[in-house]
Design a protein around this ligand. Structure first.
Ligand code: RIB
Length: 319
């Protein structure tokens, strides 16, 4: 199928220090690890790569330092088919880094040192590519004011807009109204519902429903091992499980959320329905857990399609 348009990812690039631990430290505690690995990451880069491996044309807009990490991140994305001409260099700041600590149970903690990411501006996205055939995909690791301004510009031009509100940094309520899709995990959903004075609690469907009405958008809440739920502004709801995995094969869950978002954006851009896109995204997220790292672990379209039969169908929710 000849597909017009592309996915614009406005997002972060980080060099990830992946550290394996027997258990995560508590506040004030020092723990030892014998090893670490340097791997390409950053939510923007990860989601861009997931969309590119699904087969989409993807342009990443961001910023790195002039150091070796920045060059490595740019080059590895480029060699994976992501257009990186919109990834600028900072004259003063180093490339962003993240410390990703993982314990054997699968729990992780991530600390991001933003570096050059904080200098990314919406002006790096030219008007010429803000056209309605394109999809804009964003996260919350770049300056909020730049993200909101770009979102406003994009909506005015009729692009499909998707925000993965991770980490859960608040955006103005008005900006939510410019979104077509909001993707959050259950903790992030509770945090923004609280900030918006909406009813909270741990019922993901009710949270999604309240947020969908507030922002007049589709809200997807990812639930880790329990899959994901979505509620549209018209009150239609869907639930999708994760792909059943042999737990002994799961090595790293760090990239699962980014695989979900990038694949979802690519599937929506390709014209898939909401439940179809969620199902494909869920397979991608699950497959990512079978390999170390984030970008390193992103599946290709063939990998996703070859396991799709193992996924139970999406179920319609009574909301
Ligand atoms: O979502 C995982 C990502 O979060 C990591 O790659 C890290 O860089 C942070 O951005």
């Amino acid at each position: 199928m000849l597909l017009l348009g592309m996915i614009i990812v406005f997002g972060s690039l980080n060099m990830d220090f992946m550290i394996s631990l027997d258990r995560l430290p508590v506040a004030g505690e020092t723990v030892l690890s014998s090893d670490y690995q340097l791997m390409s990451g950053g939510k923007g880069g990860n989601q861009a790569l997931a969309a590119a491996r699904f087969g989409s044309k993807v342009a990443l807009i961001g910023r790195v330092g002039t150091d070796n990490y920045g060059k490595t991140l740019r080059e590895s994305l480029k060699s994976n088919g992501v257009m990186v001409s919109g990834v600028a260099y900072s004259d003063t700041l180093p490339t962003g880094c993240a410390m990703v600590a993982k314990e054997k149970s699968g729990e992780n903690q991530i600390i991001v040192m933003s570096g050059a990411n904080v200098e990314t501006t919406h002006e790096q996205v030219p008007d010429e590519i803000l056209i309605k055939q394109n999809v804009l995909l964003m996260q919350m690791e770049l300056p909020v004011d730049q993200t909101v301004t770009l979102l406003t510009r994009a909506k005015a031009q009729g692009l499909t807009t998707i925000l993965n509100l991770a980490p859960a940094i608040m955006i103005p309520g008005k900006a939510l109204g410019h979104l077509d899709y909001l993707i959050v995990n259950s903790i992030e959903a509770q945090q923004i519902a609280e900030k918006l004075n909406l009813p909270t609690g741990n019922n993901a469907i009710k949270l999604a429903q309240a947020l969908a009405i507030k922002g007049q958008m589709t809200v997807i809440v990812t639930l880790g091992m329990k899959g994901s739920v979505a509620v549209t502004k018209n009150g239609e709801g869907w639930t999708v499980p994760i792909m059943p995995l042999d737990q002994s094969e799961v090595v790293d869950i760090t990239g699962a959320g980014d695989a979900y978002c990038g694949t979802f954006a690519a599937a929506i851009h390709e014209g898939k329905t909401l439940p179809e896109a969620m199902r494909l995204a869920s397979v991608a997220g699950s497959l990512t857990c079978l390999k170390e790292g984030t970008q390193n672990a992103m599946p290709y379209l063939d990998d996703i399609l070859s396991r799709l039969d193992e996924m139970p169908p999406a179920e319609k929710l009574d909301v």
